[in-house]
Design a protein around this ligand. Structure first.
Ligand code: M6R
Length: 366
């Protein structure tokens, strides 16, 4: 049932070209610059009346939500908040009919996320749930439910469902933006075209598995990892760090690269491995300055960079490549690199990859 792979996690990482295809199938209309998510029952008028969006999730799903937040804010004129389920349920967050709540949960059974959903519905907010599990509690409780269609995910570490969640969030962002008239058909079509390249580009990342495994093996004995990124690559850094700590038990932390000088730089000394996500983006130059700050402390920088970037080695010690892509797509590709990196670090350390200690696939208790 592992289809020849040693672990479910590796199998599921490799399923991403297929799961990404499933997540977008039948939902993208490039010509009209439209996304059709039939599951969303809101009318255009209701969408125009939204004043605020709150995204609620835990763990990996929270990181996907963070990415969704950036993109919804960029494409629409709406303020977006993102909240951790366990915090949100005890907060005094103002909710009403003008708030759209998006709850993300792979399992659809995460107690804290479900409690937040109940709260939101009590206050009259419309709730869109995103889940992978048909018939899950979330699927029964939310007003609308969007399935990720990733197929079962057995490994405790979420992989293919993370990338599916991100792409679903992108599609929601485009749909909301088109309904509110905040982006042109041209811009929407361009983004849709980019999303359509994901299945093929994710395969290109998987084709580089041996190189990623080799890099991971160089660092598998490290006592810690830092991961840094900006904008969409900040949640990618957080997610990469979560994957490493979850399955290899190595202390790893993700940071917004601009935050390093506000504290974390004090931890950087000779040879500390720092994975810097430095793919093409508007903030690329800022990222390069951050890498220089890290190098000035003599830490070792592994850059995740775009294929055609031939200058990153001037600042980083080594580079792992992802196919050239726009700044919305490359973070998804980088997250696949980090999934493989985490997998190979854990493998070298002899960890029980599919069932890490102390963790369960779905957290049904508070
Ligand atoms: O089923 P959910 O998406 O609600 O689960 C949320 C987290 O428990 C989950 O993402 C967890 O962080 C994963 N094990 C991460 O790989």
């Amino acid at each position: 049932e592992k289809a020849g792979y040693d672990h479910f996690m590796l199998k599921e990482i490799h399923e991403q070209p297929t799961s990404l295809k499933a997540a977008i199938a039948g939902r993208l209309d490039e010509l009209k610059g439209n996304v059709n998510i039939k599951e969303i029952t809101l009318t255009e008028e209701q969408i125009r009346n939204i004043r605020h969006i709150v995204i609620i999730a835990c763990g990996t799903s929270y990181h996907a939500g963070m990415m969704g937040r950036y993109v919804i804010e960029e494409l629409t004129d709406l303020p977006v908040s993102i909240e951790i389920g366990s915090e949100f349920r005890y907060s005094h967050f103002p909710l009403d009919e003008s708030t759209l709540v998006i709850a993300i949960s792979q399992s659809g059974e995460t107690a804290d996320t479900l409690a937040a959903v109940k709260d939101a519905m009590r206050n009259g907010s419309h709730v869109i749930g995103i889940t992978n599990v048909v018939g899950s509690t979330l699927s029964r409780e939310a007003n609308d439910i969007i399935y990720m269609l990733s197929g079962p995910e057995i490994g405790v570490a979420a992989t293919k469902t993370f990338t599916a969640q991100v792409v679903v969030m992108y599609m929601i962002a485009i749909m909301l933006a088109r309904a509110r008239g905040s982006i042109s058909i041209g811009k929407a079509s361009k983004l849709i075209r980019a999303i359509k390249t994901l299945p093929q580009k994710s395969q290109l990342v998987l084709d580089m598995e041996a190189k990623i495994a080799e890099t991971a093996s160089l660092f598998s004995k490290s006592g810690c990892f830092f991961l840094v990124g900006r904008h969409l690559n900040f949640p990618v850094a957080l997610e990469g760090a979560l994957k490493i700590k979850e399955i290899s038990y190595v202390m790893s932390e993700g940071f917004a690269a601009g935050e390093l000088k506000h504290g974390p730089l004090a931890l950087l000394t000779t040879g500390v491995p720092v994975i810097a996500i430095a793919t093409e983006s508007e903030l690329y130059d800022k990222m390069v300055s951050n890498i220089r700050e890290i190098k000035a402390r003599d830490a070792t920088v592994i850059a995740v960079a775009s294929e055609s970037n031939r200058s990153v080695e001037q600042v980083a010690d080594l580079a792992i490549r992802v196919p050239d892509s726009c700044e919305y797509i490359s973070p998804i590709l980088s997250s696949i690199v980090l999934q493989l990196f985490a997998y190979y670090v854990a493998l070298a350390r002899g960890c029980p990859i599919d069932k890490p200690r102390n963790l369960a696939k779905s957290v049904t208790v508070e």
